[in-house]
Design a protein around this ligand. Sequence first.
Ligand SMILES: Nc1nc2c(c(=O)[nH]1)N[C@@H](CN(C=O)c1ccc(C(=O)N[C@@H](CCC(=O)O)C(=O)O)cc1)CN2
Ligand SMILES: NCC(=O)N[C@@H]1O[C@H](COP(=O)([O-])[O-])[C@@H](O)[C@H]1O
Length: 188
Amino acid sequence: MENIAILASYNGSSFDSIYDAVQAKQLDLNIPLIITNNTNANVLNKARERNVDAFVINSKNVEDVDKEISQLLKKYNCKYVFLAGYMKKINPSITQNFTVLNSHPSLLPQYGGKGMYGSLVHQAVIKNAEPKSGVTLHEVNEEYDEGKIILQEELIIQEGETAEGLEIKIKELEKKVVVKGLKLLTSS
Ligand SMILES: Nc1nc2c(c(=O)[nH]1)N[C@@H](CN(C=O)c1ccc(C(=O)N[C@@H](CCC(=O)O)C(=O)O)cc1)CN2
Ligand SMILES: NCC(=O)N[C@@H]1O[C@H](COP(=O)([O-])[O-])[C@@H](O)[C@H]1O
């Protein structure tokens, strides 16, 4: 059984999905570690409730964020890293030494890259009257949202949909895509 670390900046909704799948023995993984850059991240409360070690690592409390993250990943023997709404760029020193995965709330390469995160993605999709959106699970390389796509699932956008409504539906789809994608990766 391999270890997977979760990195999140806010709720870490995908942590819930992965944790529940592990508990239900749908994923042969162990989650020993959570890292966030945000001292107020709700994912910290979830980690505490589930007795998972969690650390706040940011440029205010450490000198070298990437070195601290790397050291924790090695200390906890993590083969995989999952970005569950992590809003900072991952350094090549990490992407080149661990398998880093990210869930992006659009059909990449559309609506990806710098500035495309969270609700900003859904606002742009709705503003452009796109007929569909979706979720992309991809490997993380040195650039934003350009890594190899592991799994992508579409969602048809209904007439009159709002950005807020789309975000809710995308997050629901994401719960399924994240677990399905990790199964593909870890069983291959
Ligand atoms: N090396 C990589 N690092 C990260 C990736 C990646 O694909 N390669 N994915 C992101 C997650 N993400 C989209 O899926 C993403 C997150 C944030 C941004 C962005 O523009 N961030 C802003 C800063 C926002 C903030 O400080 O709150 C910025 O860089 O100016 C784009 C895409 C995680 N890391
Ligand atoms: N570009 C990365 C990105 O936008 N990721 C998105 O951030 C949200 C985090 O929500 P959460 O804090 O409720 O988990 C998620 O919907 C995830 O797809």
